[in-house]
Design a protein around this ligand. Structure first.
Ligand code: ZN
Length: 262
């Protein structure tokens, strides 16, 4: 998809961010909605669901939403939506929660993953239901109401299952959570919109969409410090290139290093 570059870089001047990612004629930059499939035994966990496909052509044009959905990506791995046991979402903005529902034969939004528990922070669920955001069109009832009885809320640090846990990373929203996965190759962290692309590593590179920019900066510092000290792999949710990185201390801040993993 493509979003406005100014929105994506908040207080950073265009003269600087346009050198990192050149915008198109509509001032938009290219992004992806990266999702993770985790498998443990016969249990399948999906992290994030992308934008889904309940889009009019006009909306599709505004955000340049491409047609490949997470359902198609799963099918490429031989996995049907009914095979997913758990869905973990960092937060419920449309480009993360849109894939939770799809249109049925009658044109009504219905659950995409009918057998899954859907894990979010209690704070995020409450804010989404109440529409608490500076963006009026991001917490959409069509993404949320049909799956309300599948939602499992968490308060603070919580274990989804052995080896998969979530932790609050407030800033982009009050209730955003990161996903931490222990694998045989080490610890993997999916920080959501705390660090959407490789170009958001800098301290002041928050987004115009962040509810709490200062808190976001402090949360990012804490997470990057953990990632550097504990050799975590980071998987970035909107990075359009290879989205897997490690982190190291660099002066008073941090830098990302591309990882071969994944
Ligand atoms: Zn978001």
């Amino acid at each position: 998809m493509r979003l406005d570059g100014g929105g994506m870089f908040g207080v950073v001047p265009k003269a600087i961010w346009k050198r990192l990612i050149p915008p198109d004629d509509a001032n938009r930059i290219e992004l992806q909605t990266n999702c993770l499939l985790l498998q443990q035994g016969d249990r399948r966990v999906l992290v994030e669901t992308g934008c889904g496909d309940k889009w009019t052509q006009k909306q599709r044009d505004i955000f340049a939403v491409e047609s490949r959905t997470v359902v198609e990506a799963l099918a490429e791995k031989g996995i049907q939506p009914g095979d997913i046991d758990d869905v973990v979402l960092t937060h419920l903005h449309f480009d993360h929660a849109g894939g939770l529902t799809r249109l049925d034969q009658d044109g009504h939004a219905a659950a995409t993953f009918p057998n899954a528990h859907i894990h979010v922070q209690m704070q995020e669920w409450e804010d989404a239901k109440a529409g608490r955001s500076t963006m009026t069109g991001t917490y959409l009832h069509s993404n949320l109401d049909p799956v309300a009885d599948q939602i499992v809320t968490h308060e603070g640090d919580s274990t989804i299952m052995s080896g998969i846990r979530v932790m609050p990373v407030p800033g982009h929203t009050w209730g955003q959570q990161a996903v931490i996965v222990e694998t045989v190759d080490g610890t993997l962290c999916f920080p959501g919109d705390l660090l959407p692309t490789r170009h958001h590593i800098g301290a002041s590179y928050s987004m115009g969409y962040d509810m709490l920019p200062w808190e976001n900066m402090r949360t990012k510092q804490g997470l990057l410090s953990s990632a550097a000290d504990k050799s975590w792999l980071l998987v970035l949710d909107h990075e359009p290139g290879h989205p897997v990185f490690t982190v190291r201390h660099q002066g008073e801040w941090f830098e990302l290093l591309e990882s071969d993993a994944g």
